[in-house]
Design a protein around this ligand. Structure first.
Ligand code: SAH
Length: 217
């Protein structure tokens, strides 16, 4: 292990968790997982002093690490249980990926930017994460590993991709921010036994766009 988590970082993290509670996050499991994860190691060192602000930050390749509130909100909507198989679209920094693995899930995460795929793989292995990460197109999902108990999309999707619905188990939950432009609607989808989908809306959020195909730099 060649990373450092100081008392100062731990103190800032406790404050962040208190703030998330104030903002309405109720899942003790999610809050406990986030309390443990050194978010400062997922940011460029230029932003290290802001790592525990409730803000999104640039992580290179024009992308951002999601705001902690958004990570906590999406993770809570998923109603995760240990042992569940989870597909994440948009590994980005790998922070949300580690939240999912720390909740005891078997995580499969796809990223379309090669640079971010490489960087996140490195940091996740330094953190002893069991997540399997893939360089690929999230619109296609990971049919070889399907079906999944949960599917989480961490970029703004213009529509709900059929391939991802197909890869969701019956009774499974998908959380996906949908909409083009500046704002997306957080949508939760439950797949019923007869194949019908139950959709509920959970407010407006801002995400970087979900783009087609792989990007090789
Ligand atoms: N969970 C990440 C969020 C990063 S932002 C974190 O907390 O750091 C969303 C990510 O989705 C970006 O890294 C972006 O490159 C990626 N992305 C966008 N379109 C994608 C697609 N079609 N397939 C996979 N990843 C995609």
């Amino acid at each position: 292990m060649n990373w450092v988590d100081t008392y100062k970082h731990q103190g800032m993290r406790r404050q962040l968790i208190a703030l998330l509670r104030e903002k309405g996050i109720e899942s003790e499991e999610v809050l406990a997982a986030m309390l443990k994860i050194p978010r400062h190691l997922f940011l460029d060192s230029a932003f290290i002093n802001f790592a525990y602000d409730d803000k999104a930050f640039p992580i290179g390749a024009g992308q951002t690490i999601s705001q902690p509130y958004t990570v906590a909100f999406q993770s809570s909507l998923l109603e995760l249980k240990p042992g569940m198989k989870v597909l994440e679209v948009g590994t980005g920094s790998g922070y949300q990926t580690l939240v999912l693995t720390n909740l005891g899930c078997k995580v499969f995460s796809i990223e379309r930017q090669k640079l971010l795929h490489r960087n996140s793989k490195k940091i996740l292995s330094q953190m002893n994460s069991t997540a399997k990460t893939f360089y690929g197109d999230g619109y296609k999902g990971l049919p070889a590993f399907a079906p999944f108990d949960r599917v989480l999309i961490t970029c703004g999707a213009p529509y709900i991709p059929n391939d991802l619905i197909d890869q969701l188990k019956v009774g499974g939950i998908m959380v996906i921010p949908v909409g083009e432009g500046d704002s997306q609607t957080m949508i939760r989808i439950i797949k019923n036994a007869d194949g019908t989908l139950e959709q509920t809306e959970h407010g407006a959020f801002k995400f970087v766009p979900m783009l087609e195909d792989k990007q090789s730099y």
